[in-house]
Design a protein around this ligand. Sequence first.
Ligand SMILES: Cc1ncc(COP(=O)(O)O)c(C=O)c1O
Length: 432
Amino acid sequence: MEKSASASNGVVKAVPASWNFEPNETLLGLTALSVRGVLGRIKAGMVEADGGGRPVVPMGHGDPSAFPCFRTAAEAVDAVTGALQSGEYNSYATCVGLEPARRSIAQYLSRDLPYTLSPDDIYLTSGCAQAIEIICSVLARPGANILVPRPGYLFYEARAVFNGMEARYFDLLPEKGWEVDIDCVQALADKNTVAMVIVNPGNPCGNVYTYEHLAKVADTARKLGIFVIADEVYAHLTFGERKFVPMGVFGAVAPVFTLGSISKKWVVPGWRLGWIVTNDPNGVFQMTKVVGSIKSYLDISSDPPTFVQGAIPNLLENTKEEFFQKTIKIIKESADICWEQLKGINAITCPSKPEGSMFVMVKLDVSCLSDIKDDMDFCCRLAKEELVVVLPGCAVGYKDWLRITFAIDPSSLEDGLHRLKSFCLRYKKPTK
Ligand SMILES: Cc1ncc(COP(=O)(O)O)c(C=O)c1O
């Protein structure tokens, strides 16, 4: 039977009584695992607030590019402008990415490795996000599982689950600088475990792993027969005592996929250029057909913009060290401000000082606050009443914690932390 419906232009069309589409409930549920989805819910409440003329302080996401002090390097802009003006990059690129870009990334990353990467070890992607998407699709098979850190970047779980793969959480240990709980990894793994994920420098914890700890991770992976996925999107963004060590250093112990991008180090997440690197001097990925699977996947997916690929050799070669030093200096200053000011805020404790990335995890004690249910409730009210956006722990798999982004302009950060403090004081439970 057919019904009739009126379109807005007044034309009456016949439509079938029902449509064959059925929503994929798994997909609909995945927005709860996305930082964007959670921040969207928090900000929705903020729109209703009057604002009172105060600026919003965005301490919820990892994109400082809007702040003038985080403007990207002039050499990076020149590289992209030059690529565009040359007229040589208006075509489709090859599926794996343009060879000169892959070669220059191989050279750039090999500087920190005990062996030399070849351009064939590099696959270009639309940011690190697409690198995650590809790896999760390539590794998934019915019954497979992947080990992911908690707290963590839930995009891994979302992409795993969307591909029908189970995500199992191993703990990071707050009292040990958010190291991987190796015993937990060993207890979770079984013959269907294909890989484990580490994020270093860490999102959401701001940790930086030592050489020794990464060596333990590699040994564990080898024993278990699983690959390591090393998310190094914050590579080199370190400002504490520990230097960044790439997981690829241990590629001969256990094969490593290194995922990265120019998004954070060059502060250009909108340029959408990332990579998958196969760090595998023993050729395990070739032998097990991982390489063939990645290539097949790339044959059926979209590529990063060709002109950004064209810009990569100049961007990598010409960006001056001063740009990176300036960025690190601002992030370090902000991390110090954050660390000091958090100490004076009731209901919040911070187990370890961040040494890398752009984030710190803090524990929220809702029992000390009147009328606040949990981390999500806290963040929604904070946004509405103080126009300060922070990420609730539930968005990184860690309830009743908060992830605070300190990579914003230092004066805005001071303002945001000040508002956070007054909010916590306002809700402080009276002592009996
Ligand atoms: C740990 C981690 N991996 C991957 C990404 C995605 O990176 P990109 O912006 O290059 O897609 C992010 C973005 O914030 C991230 O924090």
